[in-house]
Ligand binder design. Structure first.
Ligand code: PGA
Length: 240
């Protein structure tokens, strides 16, 4: 596990955008796993800037996002599909026919999850998976639990996740469930880049880097992955 501490969110975004765009320039049909939340937003801005300068084209990449809220259609402003369209895909030449998302409105959850796992496999696996981390150590929406998950599944969100994310729901109606890639899906990615900034993430980062590997801190499983880089700022790394 490679831990890189940088001065600012901006510095982190420059480095992570470099990793992603180099990957795409070396392999234009790369398969990229994207994350939502505040952590990767600056990185997405740097990618858009590079796209606008003609330094990278995203038109041949295939994408898989980590998770999606149950009950929110793609055109809902709080859906993660909408987030990705708004923060990256719609501002670049991403080919939306190559964008993959778990559907939060599918009536056939089990089929939906199986198909997503198969689609990742058929695409050749994820070259780089971007991750944020929850204050409780979750990655994707893999909340602390008794065991590590494997493939995509439906999860009941914990109170701490609801507390962290409810600010985005102006009417206060945040979904209580989501579909998420499992820990196995994340661990099968060839390379993983995790971004964490701010003091609220310090405990989760400590558990991830220095704690025992336990599903009670889901990100700790990354200690078992051969190619993980964790980008943190001073505050997120203050307990290390
Ligand atoms: P954040 O969320 O990037 O908005 O802090 C990360 C997460 O919950 O995984």
């Amino acid at each position: 596990m490679n831990v890189v501490k940088l001065q600012s969110t901006y510095d982190i975004s420059v480095e992570v955008a470099k990793i992603i765009t180099e990957q795409i320039n070396n392999k234009p049909d790369s398969v990229l796993g994207f994350a939502t939340g505040s952590s990767p937003v600056e990185t997405y801005k740097r990618i858009i800037e590079k796209y606008e300068k003609g330094e990278v084209s995203l038109k041949n990449i295939t994408t898989f996002n980590l998770d999606e809220y149950c009950g929110l259609p793609r055109d809902n402003v709080n859906s993660y599909f909408y987030f990705m369209k708004d923060n990256l895909f719609g501002k670049t030449d991403v080919d939306f026919s190559k964008v993959n998302f778990l559907s939060g409105t599918s009536g056939e959850i089990e089929e939906e999850c199986k198909a997503y796992r198969k689609a990742i496999e058929e695409a050749g696996g994820i070259d780089i998976q971007i991750l944020g981390i929850g204050t409780n150590g979750h990655i994707g929406f893999n909340e602390p639990s008794d065991s590590f998950t494997d493939g995509p599944f439906k999860v009941k969100l914990t109170q701490s996740t609801i507390d962290s994310n409810k600010k985005y729901f102006e009417d206060g109606n945040m979904p209580t469930h989501a579909l998420t890639m499992g820990i196995g899906d994340i661990m099968r990615a060839k390379k993983i880049v995790l971004i964490a900034t701010g003091e609220a993430k310090a405990k989760a980062i400590f558990g991830t880097v220095k704690g025992e590997v336990t599903p009670m801190c889901p990100a700790s499983v990354l200690q078992n992955h051969p190619d993980v880089t964790i980008f943190i700022d001073e505050e997120a790394g203050k307990l290390l």
